[in-house]
Design a protein around this ligand. Structure first.
Ligand SMILES: NC(=O)c1ccc[n+]([C@@H]2O[C@H](COP(=O)([O-])OP(=O)(O)OC[C@H]3O[C@@H](n4cnc5c(N)ncnc54)[C@H](OP(=O)(O)O)[C@@H]3O)[C@@H](O)[C@H]2O)c1
Length: 253
């Protein structure tokens, strides 16, 4: 895809990977609108020159209002990125985890569907555009500390495949960004020293996005071992390794 001449809305770009990719698209020459709930951050991001919109992807009314606001100011919108996500550890032996499971599905899976639904008619009418969904290496290789997170991202993967098939012939591409662990804060690097540096990750993502045709999956080198573990016969061993993180659950101490 051409990254220089797009009008891009990123839902969930007030921090982390979304904000970094917003800056990369803008630096390449594209117009970017950043969405999220934290209005203080949206104010600072607007001061950087971005368009901003308040959006809660767990609320259909909020998503539709954000869509209407964006299309009024940017009728040429051609790219939508569904970045919003939450990542919550859960102890499945304690039914109290259900509230976190519900929130995770509501934001990560249903939130993606709400945003896609809100913008798909506009993109189809344009006859050209792109939807970039965001999953995770964990959607392909579970991290047992975050069961519903893994399930939600596996769900977004399957949904993205179906969306691509249904939009075939409309001119709207569907790409799935599959990040591995990325250190979006200095603290994150301390917790997981193997996490990728955010700037390096973003550089690799923007390089991959520029391929033509746009790849169905944006896979940086650091996620290949997760993406292909089942095919490569390393799945059981890697899941066992990742299960060691269960020692972090308070009730196991
Ligand atoms: N960092 C990683 O290691 C990693 C790895 C694989 C996949 N991912 C995925 O990458 C995406 C970005 O994560 P990140 O690591 O950059 O984390 P982050 O800094 O916490 O970013 C999450 C973004 O989602 C937004 N968000 C959360 N709930 C929302 C809601 N209800 N409505 C609208 N926006 C909402 C947040 O904005 P507000 O709080 O302002 O609403 C924020 O901008 C997520 O989908 C995550 O699952 C991350």
């Amino acid at each position: 895809m051409d990254i220089a001449n797009r009008t891009v809305f990123i839902a969930g770009a007030t921090s982390g990977i979304g904000l970094e990719l917003a800056r990369r698209f803008a630096a390449a020459g594209s117009t970017v609108i950043v969405g999220g709930r934290r209005t203080g951050l949206l104010g600072k991001i607007a001061a950087e020159g971005f368009g901003t919109v308040s959006i809660d992807v767990a609320d259909s009314g909020s998503v539709d209002r954000a869509r209407d606001t964006i299309l009024r100011s940017h009728p040429d919108l051609d790219t939508v990125v569904t970045m919003s996500g939450v990542m919550i550890p859960e102890d499945l032996r304690d039914p109290a985890h259900f509230a976190d499971a519900e929130k995770t599905v509501d934001v990560n899976l249903l939130g993606t569907i709400r945003v896609v639904d809100a913008f798909t008619p506009h993109l189809i009418r344009r006859g050209a555009g792109a939807i970039i969904t965001v999953t995770s290496g964990i959607g392909f290789l579970p991290f047992p500390l975050m069961p519903t997170y893994a399930a939600s991202k596996a769900g977004v993967h399957a949904y993205s495949e179906a969306l691509r098939a249904q939009l075939d012939g409309t001119g709207v591409e569907v790409a799935e960004l599959v990040p591995p662990a990325v250190a979006v804060t200095p603290e994150a690097k301390k917790v997981n020293p193997h996490a990728l540096d955010l700037a390096e990750f973003a550089t690799e993502v923007m390089d991959l996005l520029q391929a033509s045709p746009t790849p169905h999956e944006i896979l940086v080198k650091g996620v290949l071992m997760h993406r292909w573990a089942e095919r490569d016969g390393t799945y059981d061993e890697l899941v066992a390794q990742r299960s060691r993180a269960l020692a972090m659950l308070p009730s196991l101490r």
